[in-house]
Structures are given as structure tokens and as C-alpha cells.
Design a protein around this ligand. Structure first.
Ligand code: CP3
Length: 355
């Protein structure tokens, strides 16, 4: 198979790179004044996601401003439940709402199987527009929520603190929950394959809420479903290059070996795991992405540089690292701090290479 030349794609495939590539979860967002201005032009966040021209502009903003090594499609994981027939809104302050929530068999039957080329045609058009506008400067990452994480929003009806509804369902009516998860496996597989057909060059599956599960429950209700998706993906793009799959499961460092055996190319780590130890544990079977605490961006530029160097040194001078935060950038982050971080990573040299 041909080898990619982009640093990000090479690192995902464990191929050697002259330096560590860096991108940042939520790199396009409210901390950027230029994002706020486009969002205002769109009216609200969901309109922005559905406007391919404006969604393209906000996708490119952090690339132009910081020189990051990959772009990520601007969209949201919750457009999938909306395309399956649920009502989606982003209330100010309280986060996303999905209505009516899925609580029984008839709620489940109301969901429709969806064709991503139809209901999410605006995402496909955004992907094509971004690829044109990027002109191969950096690769484009597509994404989806994991079935478990999407199900938490669909069953709870929005964000949750205790996950009482979905966990009650998991223990008392596992067949109902599995009915929902199976539909999501099919939807996400189709969705990501459509993104790949339209031009994304890597995909990331976000399991933001995998970490609220016990070990057995994570394997059964979250990881097994992500594994089915990975198995069903077209791992060669229209350009003939391999399309790496990144699994990011927040709070799931304890299940690292199991994730590394899922068939994915990259495991994304949050900041609670030491990345050097993680590398020992996965033994080169997958590349790793992460894992600076996003709160480091509240510190001084000098401290940011030190903390970035700590992650890079802990991983060591080996292939297979994609630098990222352990979760998304906070809306109150100062853009200058992100610039310091990107410079620190891109300018970093391992001591052993400087005799
Ligand atoms: O990373 C990127 O730059 C790409 C864009 C992206 C967004 N959401 C934009 C967004 C991605 C990859 C996501 C994924 C997403 N959405 C996840 C998984 C990743 C994670 O953060 O854990 C989740 C759980 C969601 C659901 C969601 N969407 C939540 C909980 C919220 C926050 C609600 C709030 O008001 O804080 C959103 C909204 C959202 N998604 C924003 C952005 C830029 C903020 C919307 C705004 O402009 O007000």
C-alpha cells in the first residue's frame, strides 16, 4: 500500500516522522474570536454546522492561525441522532437537548435507519468544500460519537451527571439498550464510510462517556460496539491511502490494552494516564494520541512549554505519537496559549538527537 507523506497520517500508522504532529480537540470553537463572529453570522451553532461554506471557514480558522498538522471537520456528534428522527437543540447554558428521549421499545421503533448521503448531505458537502479549500496542506479528520456515548444523550435526553436512566436500562433491560446500540453501530459505520468516500483522510470515534462504565460494562456495551464499527470501515480512501481509525475514550486508561486490540490504528488518551507507561503497555501495536491536561493552557507560556516537553519526553523518540490535549479546549482559553503550545510541540527536539 502507498505511504502517506503528511506527518499526522504517518504518525497514525506508526511510520517515522521528522517531528511530532499536533492537532487539538475542539480546535475550532468559542475561544476564537473569529469563530464567534462566524457563529453570529450563522445565527446559532446548529445552523453553522448545517452551512457548508461557514463550517468550512471555521474548520480552517485554527489551521490558518496556528499551523496545526491536521484539520477536523466542524460538526457535532449529535447530528446523527437528529438524522435518526430526534429533535436536537442547544439550549444556552444547559448543553444539548435531544427530545423525546428513548425510554422504551416504541421510542426505539420510532427511530429511522438513515442514509448519511441524504439526511447528512450537508456534512458531505462540508467535507468536499474543506478538502478543496485545504488543497492538501494538512489532512482532514472526520469523526463520530461512539454508540455508547450517543446512546447516553439519546436516553438521558441531553447531558447527564449520573447517567441514571441509561445505567438503569443497562442493568434492567439490556436487550432494549442493545437494540439501540445495534442501530447506532449500523448508523455510525455508514456515516463514517460516507465521510471517507467524500474525502476525510482519518476518522476519530469519540467515546466521551466510556469512562463512566465499569470494566466489564465498558467492554460489553462500549468497546465491543466500537470494534464492530472498526471492522466495518473502508480502511482505504478514494486516493488509495490507508484511512487510520482513532479511538478516543475519555477516562478509559484502565482499558488501554483492550482498546489497542480493537483493530484501531490509534488510541487517544486523556491526561490521567502516563503516556510513557501507556506506550509500554501497547508495545507498538497502535500509535498513541494525547495527552496534555487541557487546564495546562491556563498556565504561563513557559510552563506550557515545560509540560508539553514532559509529554514528548515521556513518550520518547519513537514513531507513533500524535500530540493533542487529553480533551477539548475550554471556551475561556486564550488563543495565545494555544499558539505557545503548538510552537513548543513543533519546535521540540529529543535530547538524544542533539549529541
Ligand atoms: O474538535 C473540533 O474542533 C471539531 C468540532 C466538534 C464539536 N463537537 C464542535 C462543538 C467535535 C469533534 C464535537 C464532538 C462532540 N460533541 C462531542 C465529543 C467530544 C467531546 O467534547 O467530548 C460531544 C460529547 C458533543 C456534544 C456537545 N456538543 C456538547 C456536550 C456541547 C457543549 C454544549 C455547550 O454549550 O458547551 C456541544 C456543542 C459544541 N460542539 C460546540 C462546538 C464548537 C460549542 C457550540 C457553540 O458554539 O456554542
Amino acid at each position: 500500500m502507498p505511504e502517506p507523506h503528511h506527518l499526522f497520517l504517518r504518525a497514525c500508522l506508526n511510520l517515522p516522522t521528522e517531528r511530532t504532529p499536533v492537532w487539538i480537540m475542539r480546535q475550532a470553537g468559542r475561544y476564537l474570536p473569529e469563530y464567534m463572529s462566524i457563529r453570529q453570522q450563522a445565527g446559532d451553532f446548529l445552523n453553522l454546522c448545517k452551512n457548508p461554506e461557514l463550517a468550512t471557514q471555521v474548520t480552517l480558522q485554527p489551521i490558518d492561525r496556528f499551523g496545526l498538522d491536521a484539520a477536523i471537520l466542524f460538526s457535532d456528534i449529535l447530528v446523527v441522532p437528529e438524522a435518526m428522527g430526534m429533535g436536537l437543540s442547544f439550549g444556552s447554558g444547559e448543553g444539548p437537548l435531544l427530545e423525546p428521549p428513548i425510554r422504551n421499545r416504541s421510542d426505539l421503533e420510532r427511530l429511522h435507519p438513515f442514509d448519511p448521503e441524504q439526511e447528512l448531505d450537508y456534512v458531505m458537502e462540508t467535507i468536499r468544500t474543506i478538502r478543496k479549500r485545504l488543497d492538501d496542506r494538512v489532512p482532514l479528520i472526520g469523526f463520530s460519537g461512539s454508540p455508547w456515548t450517543l446512546a447516553t444523550y439519546m436516553v438521558e435526553g441531553g447531558s447527564s451527571k449520573n447517567f441514571s436512566r441509561i445505567k438503569g436500562m443497562m442493568y434492567d433491560q439490556p436487550e432494549l439498550l442493545n437494540g439501540l446500540l445495534n442501530r447506532l453501530v449500523e448508523a455510525v459505520t455508514r456515516y463514517l464510510n460516507a465521510q471517507i468516500r467524500h474525502g476525510v483522510q482519518a476518522v476519530q470515534i469519540f467515546d466521551t462517556w466510556g469512562g463512566v462504565l465499569g470494566h466489564r460494562e465498558f467492554l460489553e456495551f462500549s468497546l465491543a460496539n466500537m470494534q464492530k464499527i472498526v471492522a466495518g470501515l473502508d480502511k482505504t480512501g478514494p486516493d488509495g491511502l490507508p484511512v487510520p481509525v482513532i479511538l478516543f475514550a475519555k477516562g478509559c486508561g484502565a482499558h488501554l490494552e483492550a482498546m489497542a486490540a480493537s483493530g484501531c490504528h490509534v488510541v487517544g488518551l486523556d491526561w490521567t494516564t502516563d503516556i510513557g507507561e501507556a506506550r509500554q503497555r501497547v508495545q507498538g501495536r497502535v500509535a498513541l494520541q494525547g495527552n496534555l491536561d487541557p487546564a495546562v493552557l491556563y498556565a504561563s507560556p513557559e510552563r506550557i512549554r515545560q509540560e508539553a516537553a514532559r509529554v514528548l519526553t515521556a513518550y520518547g523518540p519513537h514513531p507513533g505519537l500524535i500530540f493533542n490535549l487529553g480533551h477539548g479546549i475550554a471556551p475561556d482559553c486564550h488563543p495565545e496559549k494555544v499558539a505557545s503550545l503548538v510552537q513548543a510541540v513543533q519546535g521540540f527536539q529529543h535530547e538524544s538527537r542533539h549529541p
